[in-house]
Write a protein that binds this ligand. Structure first.
Ligand code: ZN
Length: 271
């Protein structure tokens, strides 16, 4: 089985310091925690920008500072989020592509989140995929629903996504697809042969999704963006969640990829 690529998503757009003191909300904190997670065994870091009030934003300078810091201190594969629940401007969401991060998330379909709709129009998905390809950025196709796999396949067949396509299934979002082993296997079976896949479990789904991902040969993401708890009522730190995944992979005899190995598996062009 291929080595396991561990992604950490330290901040996301939702948790604040009031929810957990461990969430990084300024660039220096993201870099500092990124270094710890890299030391713990993560190969990829996915992050969002926040403003001075901790609210999610698309601040170009925030993205640039974190990218620069992580490249200076680590060999992590850096993935910038293009997700935005507030910003309808498709150009604003992809602006950081010219920083040439290694990867960006690619949202290909709309869905209901816990508190409202999350809109990603088909024509915008094509536009973002084209921009990522132009700048040599590897897209991670975010799949909150089985129809998002279908759209990802369509973009790949259009030649807007280079081989191998990387699908990322997100399970356990309220109002979207829940975690069951059957849901997970159905999504995997929809993917074209030769695809790579990553998995994310939200909240209490994080541990079972990660474990099943290791067993089924996928890759896995953990971090406070998706789950702020280590166990019932006990808050986690990002590096604790990465360390737990490394230990789980060890027990299940699945070797963990270094960032250099992950770069080859993912066919990353930028660095
Ligand atoms: Zn994210």
């Amino acid at each position: 089985m291929e080595k396991l690529i561990i992604t950490v998503a330290p901040n996301g757009s939702v948790p604040t310091k009031q929810d957990t003191p461990h969430v990084p909300v300024v660039p220096d904190e993201v870099v500092e925690q990124g270094i710890k997670c890299w030391e713990a065994g993560a190969s990829v870091l996915h992050y969002h920008a926040r403003d001075a009030q901790q609210k999610p934003c698309l601040d170009y300078d925030f993205f640039a500072k974190v990218l620069e810091g992580l490249r200076k201190h680590t060999d992590l594969i850096v993935q910038i989020s293009t997700g935005s629940r507030l910003e309808p401007d498709r150009d604003a969401r992809i602006r950081a592509v010219d920083l040439k991060p290694d990867m960006m998330s690619l949202n290909v379909g709309s869905i209901n989140f816990p508190r409202g709709p999350y809109i990603n129009k088909p024509e915008d998905a094509e536009y973002w995929a084209g921009k990522m390809q132009e700048f040599g950025v590897k897209p991670e196709i975010e799949c909150f629903d089985s129809s998002h796999i279908e759209t990802g396949i369509r973009l790949w067949r259009m030649g807007l996504i280079d081989d191998p396509p990387l699908f990322d299934m997100v399970l356990g979002v309220k109002n979207a697809l829940s975690f069951t082993p059957r849901n997970m296997i159905n999504l995997i079976e929809m993917m074209p042969v030769g695809s790579l896949w990553n998995c994310i479990g939200i909240g209490k789904a994080q541990l079972p999704v990660s474990t099943l991902g290791i067993i089924l040969g996928g890759h896995s993401r953990v971090g406070l963006e998706d789950n702020i708890y280590y166990s019932y009522k006990t808050l986690a730190t990002n590096d604790q969640l990465v360390s737990r995944l490394v230990r789980l992979a060890g027990e299940l005899q699945r070797p963990v990829a270094t960032p250099a190995e992950a770069r080859k598996i993912l066919s990353i062009k930028n660095s």
